[in-house]
Design a protein around this ligand. Structure first.
Ligand SMILES: CCOC(=O)CCc1ccc(S(N)(=O)=O)cc1
Ligand SMILES: [Zn+2]
Length: 262
């Protein structure tokens, strides 16, 4: 595990080879969730998640990951409850993954790293009028994270995997509809939560992180298709495969990770 850990850092994405200044810098993400230091909070509510497949619009390669974007002009797809005070609208989901199955997730659990991590990104529609505004505010976003492990094929994910070759290059976009992200959520309700930041620029400290305890399973071949994407656009000379698009872990500073389960 240590050699994989060392290797993982040597393969770091160029974006992170030079330290990127983070605004504030005392609640950055991602972090390692140290189970012994996490605190069971019996006041945490169950998460209320409602997604409507009819709000799914498109999929695009933004040069960091691929994003599936949703119409967030209504509350049709939203989460509330859990650690959240307001309701948060689904804006997009995306993933982070490695060049192999040894690493790829942004968060870790007692330093256990998963081969990939799903982020469902929501913004506080009770307090703000649009996503771009919410990302600048300390209670602006809620990101629901789900770990991926390699195992049996994930039937619901295959529709997404089949669309990826169409967005192989940075800045490519295709219509993508009728996808309900509920199929990518573990049935177990247990989660950890802490206050953190975006893990890519602008790195703003605006995220309530909600991290599901149980991973979902995807097949080796499904994950291999993620790695067939490119960081580079069609007109660039060098084609760089989109892998290791995770940020290095950040200091916990004066934060506590709470769990919804004892
Ligand atoms: C100025 C526009 O900024 C953005 O669009 C940021 C989008 C953005 C959303 C979520 C995340 S993550 N990995 O922390 O879930 C990072 C960046
Ligand atoms: Zn992310």
């Amino acid at each position: 595990a240590t050699c994989a850990y060392k290797l993982r850092h040597e393969q770091m994405h160029p974006l992170w080879q030079t330290p990127v200044e983070a605004p504030g810098g005392n609640r950055q993400s991602p972090i390692n969730i140290h189970l012994r230091d996490s605190i069971f909070d019996p006041t945490l509510q169950p998460l209320s998640i409602r997604y409507d497949a009819r709000t799914c619009r498109q999929i695009w390669n933004n040069g960091y990951s691929f994003l599936v974007e949703y119409d967030d002009s209504t509350n049709k797809s939203r989460i509330c409850g859990g650690p959240l005070v307001d309701h948060y609208r689904l804006s997009q989901f995306h993933f982070h993954w490695g060049e192999n199955n040894l690493w790829g997730s942004e968060h870790t659990v007692d330093s256990k790293v998963y081969p990939a991590e799903l982020h469902l990104v929501h913004w506080n529609a009770a307090k703000y009028t649009k996503f771009e505004e919410a990302i600048m505010e300390n209670n602006g976003l809620a990101v629901l994270a789900v770990f991926l492990k390699v195992g049996k094929r994930h039937e619901g994910l295959q529709k997404l995997v089949d669309a990826l070759p169409a967005v192989r290059h940075k800045d490519s976009v295709v219509e993508f509809t009728n996808f309900d992200p509920t199929c990518m959520l573990p049935t177990c309700p247990d989660y950890w939560t802490y206050e953190g930041s975006l893990t890519t620029p602008p790195l703003t400290e605006s995220v309530s992180w909600i991290i599901k305890k149980r991973p979902i399973e995807v097949s080796h071949d499904q994950l291999a298709v993620f790695r067939s994407l490119l960081f580079t656009s069609a007109d660039e000379q060098e084609q760089k495969s989109m892998v290791n698009n995770f940020r290095p872990q950040q200091p916990l500073m004066n934060r506590t990770v709470r769990s919804s389960f004892s």
